[in-house]
Design a protein around this ligand. Sequence first.
Ligand code: SF4
Length: 176
Amino acid sequence: MRRLLLKSLFLRPVTIAAPGAAEAALDEVGRALEERVRRLLGRSLTIREVDAGSCNGCELEIHALNNVLYDLERFGFRFVASPRHADVLLVTGPVTANMREALLRTYLATPDPKWVIAVGDCAVDGGLFAGSYAVSGGVSAIVPVDLHIRGCPPSPVQLLEGLLALLQSEETKNRA
Ligand code: SF4
């Protein structure tokens, strides 16, 4: 016991170094997003997350967007509780039979113009769960999808890059 106490006195705290390069990338992507959203909407962009049957791995990465490292709100993005207040639906998971109707209703309740982003490999085509009796398919089998972000799960920076790609393509469409 004494040895353990002495050892703990001289041990350095176990901490993880901050990820330098990722932080720079995050800042760059975040600022680009902020600029585009201001140009496109003239206000913040609101997001409603819909878990259509995921394993929650994708949700962990989406939740990370709100933590102190990513802090999405500083770039003018907000998660909202109601689809009636949302510009973007961020949908995860294969769409299960139980969530099919809920997803459709959420889509219909979201005012136009709206964008749907399917997040994670499962949301593209059912992923690991494709073919299950309980799964209706990927998100595009139920509602129109504007962008797929692949990964199992995609990282928070990949999610931000996906949002940026969506806004870029909308800007291009508007100019045409
Ligand atoms: S893509 Fe991966 S992390 Fe996301 S819901 Fe499917 S299995 Fe889970």
